[in-house]
Structure formats: C-alpha cells, structure tokens
Write a protein that binds this ligand. Sequence first.
Ligand code: NAD
Length: 380
Amino acid sequence: MKIGIPREIYEGEKRVAIVPKMATQLLKEGHEVFIEANAGEGAYFTDIEYDRIGAIIVENAQLLYSEVDVIMKVQPPQREEVEMMRDSSIYIGFLSSVLDDEFLNLINKKSITSFAMEFIPRISRSQSMDALSSMASIAGYRAVLIAAQHLGKFFPLMMTAAGTIPPAKVLVVGAGVAGLQSIATARRLGARVEAFDTRPAVREQVESLGAQFIEMELVADAETATGYAKEMTEEFMKKEREIIGERAAQNHVVITTAQLIGKKAPTLITEEMVERMQEGSVIIDLAAEQGGNCEITEPGKNICRHGVTICGVLNLPSTLPIDASAMYSRNITQFFKHLYNGENRKLDFEDKITKSSCVTHNGEIVNDYVRNAIRKGANT
Ligand code: NAD
C-alpha cells in the first residue's frame, strides 16, 4: 500500500506519525512510504534520514494526499486535509475530537475508511497499539517537570551545610496511566507523594510506586465494564472535594488527571480550595483539555491566584516530540499491521480491535459508540 505521512498543521504540534525506524518496518513489509518535506522537523527527524532509508519525500501536502492510499497522522484532520484525501482512501490517527455530523458527512461523501487511535480497546492484545497510554504517560512525566520548574522549592530532601530542607509534598488526583507516571516521576525526584482515585483497583499500584493512597470510603461499582471511571454522585463529589481540599492545603504541588470518558472532567478543586492552599503552591491541571479539574483553570495558560500557580497544560506529549513520536509511531505501525495483515489485506470486522476502532467505512458510520453519540446529539 502507499502510505503517506503529512506534516502536522495543528498549531504547536511537533510530533510526526511515523519516525524513520518505523518507516523502515513498513518498507520491509512491502509498502511504499511517502513523507511530506519537513514533516519530521519538529521532532528532529530530517528529510535526509527518511530519504536514506528509502522513503519518498514529497514537496507539499497536496501532492502527498493525491498520491497515497493511507494517511497516518497524529492530530485529527482539519477540513482542508480531508478535502485533499483521495476518495476511498484510509485515515489512521486520533479522531474523536472532530467527530461531529458535518465532519462525518464529509468523510463519508469521500468514502474514507477512518480509524480512531483513541477507540482501540484497551485489552492485553492491543497494548502495543495503545497510543492513549503512551501519550498519557508522557503527559504524567512532563506534568511533574513543569511543577518542579514553577515550585520555588527543591523536590528532594536536601541536607546541606546551610541546613536540612524537607522534600516537597505532591498530591496526585486520578491514578490512571498519567497519574501513575506522575507519581513515579515525583518519587524519582525525591518528593513525598500521596494520591487518590475513585477506582479501588488502583490502590495497590499507587502503593507499589511508594506513594500513599488517600483513605476515603470508596464505592464498589466505580468502574465501567471497560475499566474507566464512572461519574460519581454529587454527594460523593462533595465528600471528595472536602478530603482533597484538606490534603491540597498540606501539599506543595497538586497534579490532577481525573477524566471521565466522553464527558467533561469532574471539578475536584474549587476556588475556595485554592485559597486555602499554601502560598507558592502549584497546580498542574492535566484535564485542562476536557474543561479542567480545577474550576479556575484557564486552558493553555499559567495563572496565579491566591498565591497559587495554576497551569492549564495542553498537548504535553508534543513537548517531548522525539520520544512521543517514537512511541506513537510504534503504536500506529502495530495497529496498521494488525488491521491489514490478513489475506488480500482485507479488514476483519469480526475482530474486536478493528471493529471498535473503525469509525467510517464504505460511506457509512460503522462504529456503534459514534452512531449513538451522533443520534443523541441530534435529539438534544
Ligand atoms: P483516564 O485518563 O480516563 O482518567 C484518569 C484517572 O482519573 C482514572 O484512573 C480515573 O479512575 C480517575 N478519576 C475519574 N474521576 C475521578 C474522581 N472524581 N476522583 C479521582 N479520580 C478520578 O484514565 P486512563 O489512564 O485512560 O485509564 C482508564 C482505564 O483504562 C484504567 O482502568 C486503566 O487501568 C485502563 N487501561 C488498560 C490498559 C490495558 O489493559 N491495556 C492500558 C491502559 C489503561
């Protein structure tokens, strides 16, 4: 197949969907790889490297899109990108944030077969394709480094001739993939860490990383069948905010990562709670993209309120573009191999990974989740 890698045009995006090492793998499988000039520049992969391994450098996006059967991207395509895609071509990349009626009509009119990386089911068999986890772990790591940069204190215990300085205290709320990586990174930097999550299953993982799990009466059915957190009752959230508020005032850094799939992020920190925190504290709100876990977070901005710095961080994986591209590239290559490895490179819709991740095919929405979401949207 002819595989095309365009340059990402989303503002500030530095990742590239396929790095030279993975392009080599695709070439070995008998595919042709076309890459737009300078597509790897933001992640420091040069055209010379791609050229050396046998990829074809294409001067501009228009030429690239007109040449290939498959487009591999990081950021969801913008309208102008879809317009450049060939009829009946294949799109693989993140997608969910652009899936509305208008977008779906556009790709269906062109009969584009589209796959959303974020819909790959998180089962053992698909671990090597799980871009959500790869990118979340980068975000969790980066969040701690940003916190350390803003905090006017050391993270580790320092015993110096000028006195002993106790370690920084870090609170992580939401111990999914990002939260667990934040815990591990903050521990490596020597901080004292405590964490909380509504899913009782994560207690053991938090403790195994050397952090303390915050005690709270947990609800037994806090998880959906697919392992995601359920939306909690207002009564539970009130109690949780009380406990988080108390703990936040004792910590120097708070990293929030709590998300609910397909919904706005839960509000865990109110302005009144920020007011009670110590002057000089830092909040890193990893849920800023989904509205934020802190009610005064401003997405994309660092603000200071009541002596507390609140960072509404966005697209952290792009701030570590070399490794983020390498990880994403491996995920998308494995996924592509899985999708088209059968005889005649035919899709197998009986397969759970293919079925869950395919959004449109032959001019129709084939994904139940997307179909239901669109139907609900149309009714409200
Ligand atoms: P996420 O990004 O959807 O959410 C982050 C965390 O916030 C989750 O741990 C969630 O429980 C927590 N949260 C939600 N509401 C909260 C609240 N009110 N207070 C505190 N915490 C709250 O999560 P994720 O990192 O994408 O992980 C989601 C699930 O997917 C987990 O069960 C994880 O173990 C699972 N997973 C499985 C695999 C695999 O099997 N291959 C890989 C990765 C993740």
